[in-house]
Write a protein that binds this ligand. Structure first.
Ligand code: SF4
Ligand code: SF4
Length: 284
């Protein structure tokens, strides 16, 4: 089963829930898909056994074959190619903007002159390892790279279907989140009972409904803020899978990079109960 852990906004404790769930279950695999800012390793302290380069294909124009027909510019939906036709005084050229390119391959396929070939461009790295019983994979997007979904999809190629897979998704509701949660059997939305938390949860709920992924909510720091979060979940029939009250000891463990299930075994039971609830929800 693939369980993704997401949140409409950052700072709700998404990674904490993902890591503690994995440790409570033991026979799990954690995929940290928050590739712009991976941090699950700060709590799992995995031994990294392998590092692989991750790349995408981008076009390269062979100037001698190009007749500046402009077809590549017209087919590129992302405005990543601009063709400058030749004039009396200038030769013309094809400008390529790599940060806009989505590596769709359309320009290379449709160039009538066969003047475009695809070459690999490194966008980041994927590290694989383990933390005790827990298998671990994360991606690191190169600094300055704008497009994280291709790296997220490459991290997800390492899904080990013999284990419970826990995907730590990036925060928010944009393309990287969709790339991370797509294909999950269930998504845990981690939130907090504040107006910002509720606003961003509602957005995340809409995304999951569109993707038709069943989901439930974990309310972190559940005893602060107001009761609007509980009312929203009740009225929208969204299951509240677990409540984690504010606890100074949990906060101190977090700041020292220690998952709280390791020091507070009662939470190990709660996480296992939550996993059983999820299994029942998925079976429905
Ligand atoms: S489609 Fe091919 S031939 Fe036409 S401008 Fe682009 S690269 Fe040149
Ligand atoms: S590969 Fe796709 S996105 Fe990139 S330049 Fe070509 S058509 Fe545009």
């Amino acid at each position: 089963m693939i369980i993704s852990v997401a949140s409409g906004k950052g700072g709700t404790g998404k990674t904490t829930i993902a890591v503690n769930l994995a440790l409570a279950l033991g026979n799990a695999q954690v995929l940290d898909c928050d590739v712009e800012e991976p941090n699950a390793h700060l709590f799992l302290h995995p031994e990294i056994k392998e590092t692989r380069s991750a790349s995408v294909l981008i076009p390269e124009v062979e100037k001698q074959r190009c007749n500046f027909c402009g077809h590549c510019q017209r087919v590129c939906a992302y405005h990543a190619i601009a063709v400058i036709p030749p004039k009396e005084q200038s030769k013309g050229g094809v400008l390529f903007f790599p940060h806009l390119c989505h590596s769709c391959g359309a320009c290379a396929i449709l160039c009538p002159q066969g003047a475009i070939r695809e070459i690999p461009k490194e966008i980041g790295t994927i590290e694989l390892g383990s933390a005790g019983q827990v298998q671990f994979v994360h991606g690191r997007l190169n600094v300055g790279e704008a497009m994280s979904p291709p790296l997220i999809r490459q991290v997800k190629e390492f899904v080990n279907s013999t284990r419970t897979v826990i995907i730590d998704a990036p925060p928010g509701t944009s393309c990287p989140v969709v790339a991370s949660v797509k294909g999950s059997d269930y998504t845990i939305l981690v939130t907090e009972p504040t107006p910002f938390g509720l606003n961003d949860l509602v957005l995340a709920v809409e995304v999951l409904k569109k993707l038709q992924i069943p989901f439930g909510v974990v309310i972190n720091r559940s005893d602060i803020g107001d009761d609007k979060m509980e009312s929203y979940c009740r009225e929208s029939r969204i299951p509240v899978l677990m409540r984690v009250p504010f606890d100074r000891e949990i906060a101190e463990l977090y700041s020292n990079g220690i998952p709280f299930v390791l020091k507070k075994p009662e939470y190990s039971v709660k996480f296992k109960d939550m996993f059983n609830m999820i299994k029942e929800e998925v079976a429905k």
